[in-house]
Design a protein around this ligand. Sequence first.
Ligand code: AMP
Length: 210
Amino acid sequence: MKLILLGAAGSGKGTLAKKITQDFGIPQISTGDILREIAKSGTELGEKVGSFQKQGILVPDEITFEVLKQRLKQKDCKNGYILDGYPRTLNQAKMLDKFTKVDVVIKVDLPFDELERRLVSRRQCAKCGDIDNINYPGYTGKCRKCGEKLFQRNDDKPEAIKVRLEAYKNNITPLVSFYGDKVFNVSSVGSPDETYAPVKAFLKKLEAKN
Ligand code: AMP
């Protein structure tokens, strides 16, 4: 099964992807994570990527798609994958469509004021990448999984959040039109489990059909 998760930054795509990975055994491919690793590499490319990411600006399509293609050629992707954060533009969707056809596009919806609220209070573990939020019960500033200190991503600061959400607003309508009836909508206003329930039911049905 090849899935795409569409949704603004902070909508809960990553959390949803992890749940799908657990139940359906397909890897989560986050272009944001891959690009963050490249940004840390100390290379010229890494510096370029890092400067885009810091400001919340999209990394150029040629770089992002090349990086994604290399990742999708790896063995663990042979039975499918969940694309988390790709495509972000119609052009990226067209590039992907020439490379492979996806089965389903899950669109995660959350009102913009709530997205902003969740993003400014979001924190991440530098070691394992786990996401937490200063407003969640039991938050200590340390990772719940590995105990490492949590930090605020540069692009989770107000200026970069504005840029990221604006880009999402401008790109989502053409993407939804491009994928047409492959799109399955889900709201993430509730808890992660409430968000996941209809998605799981839908994917189970799809799995049974194939
Ligand atoms: P994310 O972790 O998905 O929020 O992505 C963080 C940042 O990585 C984005 O703000 C972009 O700078 C970059 N990025 C991730 N995915 C893409 C993509 N599909 N196209 C361009 N830039 C991307």
